[in-house]
Design a protein around this ligand. Structure first.
Ligand SMILES: Nc1ncnc2c1ncn2[C@@H]1O[C@H](COP(=O)(O)OP(=O)(O)OP(=O)(O)O)[C@@H](O)[C@H]1O
Ligand SMILES: [Mg+2]
Length: 373
């Protein structure tokens, strides 16, 4: 299969820059997600990698070969889009076989590949049916089949599950990942749905406004967001931000919010007094009775949403609303005054003026891991 290497890619449409100086490498066999909000440049990036759009500058390498100026059909990359353009007058078998027929692949070989793809996608029983009567999920399997039979170097998928309803999308996520584990084909998958990306990707590139804000494994991105944007975009509920005025001191393992010392991973960088934000994941919050477990940040329960095994509790504080994920048995009655404490290990600290992380021991661990491959 293939390694994809993108260097300093830029795409301008007139005076508007859709993709700014983007670089990333997709390792051979990886499932790589481009994740970000609408309009951030995901499709444009994908189309440049696939050869459907010419970059304004920068380069694209496929297995070491510079393909920046090669046309799409010279790149041996298969695309799957959200809007599966099947040929309505052909049955499933002919739809899947279409790229092989147009490439002039011999009939016996075409038949073998189509049936193998249908087996992998579990649509053998549909092969001789017309595509017009198929469900959305089956149509998407046919579209995937058409990409698979080509046995391309890499797959590019642009929100391929976007048109399906939520439950089905979840099912297809599992199937797509299982398919990937069988084929081990390098895949670039575009989505604005962080749950999709988190559940499927080996690596995620979080895009915002034409740039990649962070690139890492789902867990790195979840545990160590390097900007408030990433912390907010990933996770459901999102990361909480406790905004305060204060200083960060390199070597210190705490910050002070309203005279309360909050422990966090040892800081590697300093900041002069100014606006800071403590980033807290919902599951890192514990609530206690202020009379008995004093010393935390004060808050008041606003409401609770029960989810069976746990609950999402909304707490108002002088620094805004926080959402905590707590065991279902924890008492959380609206109006109760509580004391908030935080598990220190994975807290993040941000410079609230720039939105960027203030490096801590955790981020150093991140850098070291990545540095060693
Ligand atoms: N052909 C074009 N001409 C002008 N502007 C364009 C063109 N294609 C894309 N853009 C702009 O570039 C920006 C990025 O578009 P792109 O389609 O890459 O976003 P996206 O991240 O895929 O968004 P979505 O999640 O909505 O699909 C948008 O502001 C879009 O309007
Ligand atoms: Mg798009």
């Amino acid at each position: 299969m293939a390694e994809i290497r993108v260097d300093n890619l830029v795409k301008r449409f007139g005076s508007f820059t859709a993709v700014r100086d983007t670089s990333f490498t997709v390792d051979d066999g990886d499932f790589f997600c481009l994740l970000g909000p609408s309009g951030c440049g995901k499709t444009t990036t994908l189309r440049m990698v696939a050869g459907l759009e010419l970059p304004s500058s920068g380069s694209i390498r496929l297995d070491g070969e510079d393909v920046t100026f090669k046309r799409a059909r010279e790149r041996d990359i298969a695309m799957v889009f959200q809007l599966f353009a099947l040929y309505p007058h052909m049955n499933v078998r002919k739809n899947i076989a279409f790229p092989l027929v147009s490439m002039g692949v011999p009939r016996a070989e075409t038949r073998r590949r189509v049936e193998e793809a249908a087996r992998v996608l579990r649509i053998v029983h549909l092969l001789d049916k017309p595509v017009s009567g198929l469900s959305g999920g089956d149509r998407q399997r046919v579209a995937l089949g058409r990409a698979i039979v080509r046995e391309p170097k890499a797959f590019m998928m642009d929100e391929p599950l976007g048109a399906l309803d939520a439950e089905f999308r979840h099912l297809m996520c599992g199937e797509l990942r299982a398919l990937h584990d069988r084929l081990k084909a390098t895949t670039v998958y575009v989505t604005h749905d962080q749950l999709e990306a988190m559940s499927m990707a080996d690596k995620i590139a979080v895009m915002n406004d034409g740039v990649i804000e962070q690139l890492g494994s789902p867990q790195e991105i979840y545990d160590r967001p390097n900007s408030m944007f990433v912390g907010d975009f990933i996770g459901s509920p999102a990361m909480n931000f406790i905004r305060f005025e204060g200083a960060a001191i390199a070597g210190s393992s705490s910050v002070t919010i309203d005279a309360v010392a909050i422990s966090l991973p040892k800081l590697r960088e300093s900041r002069a007094p100014g606006p800071l934000a403590l980033g807290v994941r919902p599951e890192q919050i514990a609530i206690g009775d202020p009379g008995r477990t004093g010393g935390g940040l004060p808050g008041e329960i606003f409401g609770a949403e029960y989810l069976g095994t746990n609950q999402i509790v909304t707490v108002t504080t002088p620094h805004g609303m926080l959402k905590a994920r707590l065991p279902a048995h924890v008492r959380a009655i609206a109006g109760d005054r509580v004391s908030l404490s935080f598990k220190p290990e994975r807290l993040s600290l941000f410079d609230a003026a720039t939105g960027k992380t203030i490096r801590s021991a955790l981020h150093d661990a991140n850098m070291t891991r990545r540095g060693h491959g």
